[in-house]
Design a protein around this ligand. Structure first.
Ligand code: ADP
Ligand code: MG
Length: 598
């Protein structure tokens, strides 16, 4: 792998790279930057979301423009206001050691006069959404007749959003001899059409496979009755106490409704859709970005701008009409080298859509079962135990201890533990005790082979609890590899791996149980005992099935810097709808930029 120094960038830009904490260029950067620096060429670059495309065009653009001239020389078109602002901010960071480079953002929903004023002061680079750009051209507030470079960023999304005509109009105001650089996550025929129509012999760069969804994303589906979508969603959230997810609905109405219900049920959720004002949308997005909201319920259009790196789950509350849209949805997770899960709640009649998506993304879905009430209780119980273990002691409790000890003096340790966990457990237990099985079999009827008490073992398969999880740097892929390699098992012997924040579950065939338990007796990894026990709930989904995945990248390894504080959820009181005041806002550690994440 080349270093940034080998790509041909000037010292001022390399200094900015160092400040950003980027250690190695990503693949798209390594491929695109030298080409764009050395030649005047059109370029089509295909790379998934989160692979660092902004820097791939941003650095060459900044290096190539003439900073002594105030003329507008570069235009970047991007689909949403969010992305537009993000790109602008990134470019400002890239050019921090360049004197006189000015980048201006142009987007709807903000004062056009103010934007025009900034342009007038001189902007060598304009980052714009197509709608506002066209508006400003029509009002003669910008002049792009002398640009040398035009970047079409997230071209597939711009076309998805219906910006083809606007782009065409905008480009008709630019000189023919400019270079056009097109960046896109996917290559639907509309994008190749644009490339043919507006570009001359473009060079092509492809990172990963064309059209494919992100390979670090595991795709799962859950078959339920049409009326059980919401309870199914709740159970998925309850099984993943540290979830940080985008939930996609098809309509604005459903989006609003689902978000409201979640909030009413005590989850930390928010809605994002087009009927909200720009201001409301900004508020929700900010809370989500700061993780004050755990679950963002969104429409496809409103979610276009979401560019948050550590989304753990994408949940398709309903499937989209267009398959292409599914790719965009699932691409919101598994970014920046992390693994993610895209869950689909489907009814039996929608199963054929799953097949079409599989064909499109060239990846298999894993059929999963909505957890039973008792499985959820078990997960919550372990979660609580771990939370207690990891809680930092607040020394201010000291003063109250004598009195508290007095109250508890007749309770021994064992009883105390039982009591403490019962506080939480009973709440879930009461809720889920009589809860029905929500799963519908793909061929028809409710599944009969699992009772809601979860006490019917899946024949031949054993579920285990293990005391390591995300905070030890594991994701489902690396944990699976770890167990397989430690015990000496074959590729598919470990399955249904569910990694939680501080513990995990997995399954194997009963035949290897003794081997597993023997291996994990007194096994220390990096000074710490890794403890495996047979889980009291054998569930975790139906029988074994084909778990083949295609094109898995090896990037999903361990990452010890990754840590999230546990979710700010409290079902005992209804949440203030003003999500800005969520309880865990203050204590979040600032996220370190990662290097080597590809
Ligand atoms: P894309 O446009 O391909 O979706 P972005 O350009 O938005 O991706 O980059 C995704 C994230 O990765 C950003 O937070 C960015 O700062 C970071 N990033 C980009 N290049 C590198 C690198 N070489 N090393 C570390 N982080 C990087
Ligand atoms: Mg981008």
């Amino acid at each position: 792998m080349k270093k940034f120094e080998a790509l041909g960038l000037d010292k001022s830009l390399l200094d900015a790279v160092a400040d950003l904490g980027f250690e190695n260029p990503s693949e798209v950067q390594e491929k695109a930057i030298p080409i764009l620096l050395e030649t005047e060429t059109d370029l089509v670059a295909l790379a998934q979301t989160g692979t660092g495309k902004t820097a791939a065009f941003g650095f060459p653009l900044i290096q190539k423009i003439d900073s002594n001239s105030r003329t507008t020389q570069g235009l970047i078109l991007s689909p949403t206001r969010e992305l537009c602002l993000q790109i602008t901010n990134e470019l400002k960071l890239y050019s921090k050691y360049e004197k006189n480079v000015s980048t201006v953002a142009i987007y709807g929903g903000a004062s056009i006069t103010e934007q025009a004023r900034q342009i007038k002061r001189g902007a060598q680079i304009i980052v714009a959404t197509p709608g506002r750009m066209k508006d400003m051209i029509n009002r003669r507030l910008v002049d792009i007749s002398k640009i040398d470079y035009c970047v079409l960023d997230e071209a597939d999304e711009m076309l998805n959003m219906g910006f083809f005509e606007d782009i065409k109009d905008i480009l008709s105001n630019t000189p023919d001899e400019k270079s056009t650089w097109l960046f896109s996550a996917t290559m639907p025929k509309e994008v190749s059409h644009i490339a043919k129509k507006f570009m001359h012999n473009p060079q092509e760069i492809t990172v990963g496979t064309k059209n494919a969804g992100t390979s670090t994303v595991q795709h799962e589906y859950y078959v339920v009755g049409g009326r059980d979508r919401y309870p199914a969603l709740k159970r998925l959230a309850d099984t993943n106490p540290d979830i940080f997810a985008v939930i996609f609905c098809r309509t604005k109405r459903d989006t609003q409704k689902v978000a409201e219900k979640l909030i009413e049920d005590g989850y930390s959720a928010g809605a994002l859709h087009g009927d909200l004002s720009q201001n409301q949308r900004d508020l929700v997005m900010n809370s989500f970005r700061k993780k004050q909201i755990q679950m963002l319920v969104a429409t496809d259009v409103a979610a276009r701008g979401i560019d948050v790196d550590d989304i753990t789950h994408v949940i398709n509350y309903q499937l989209p009409d267009e398959i292409e849209t599914y790719t965009h949805r699932s691409g919101r997770t598994g970014r920046a080298g992390k693994s993610g899960i895209s869950m689909v709640i489907v009814t039996r009649s929608e199963m054929r859509k799953i097949k079409s998506i599989e064909n499109k993304i060239q990846q298999k879905f894993i059929p999963k079962k909505i957890p039973t009430g008792m499985e959820i209780c078990e997960i919550q119980l372990y979660h609580l135990a771990n939370k207690i273990k990891d809680t930092e002691i607040n020394e201010d409790v000291e003063a109250y201890l004598p009195a508290i000890n007095d109250v508890l003096k007749d309770v021994d340790r064992e009883e105390l533990i039982k009591k403490i966990v019962s506080v939480e457990f009973t709440r879930f237990f009461n809720y889920y005790n009589k809860a029905k099985d929500l799963n519908t079999s793909e061929s028809g009827g409710r599944d009969r082979d699992r009772s809601n008490r979860g006490d019917t073992p899946t024949s031949g398969s054993v579920r285990y609890f293990v005391n390591v999880g995300e905070k030890d740097g594991y994701d489902w892929m690396s944990l699976k590899d770890f167990i397989r390699d430690t015990v000496g098992l074959n590729q598919d012997d470990v399955f249904k791996v569910d990694v939680k924040e501080s513990f995990s579950f997995f399954n194997t065939d009963a035949a290897v149980t003794d081997k597993i338990l023997a291996t994990f007796t007194d096994l220390k990894v990096e000074g710490r005992f890794v403890n495996v026990e047979v889980s009291k709930n054998p569930g975790g989904g139906g029988g074994r099935r084909d778990r083949k995945r295609s094109g898995r990248s090896s990037g999903g390894g361990r990452d010890r810097s990754y840590s999230r504080s546990s979710g700010g959820r409290d079902r005992s009181k209804k949440r203030d709808r003003n999500q800005g005041k969520s309880e865990n806002s203050g204590n979040r550690r600032s996220k370190k930029r990662k290097s080597n994440f590809f």
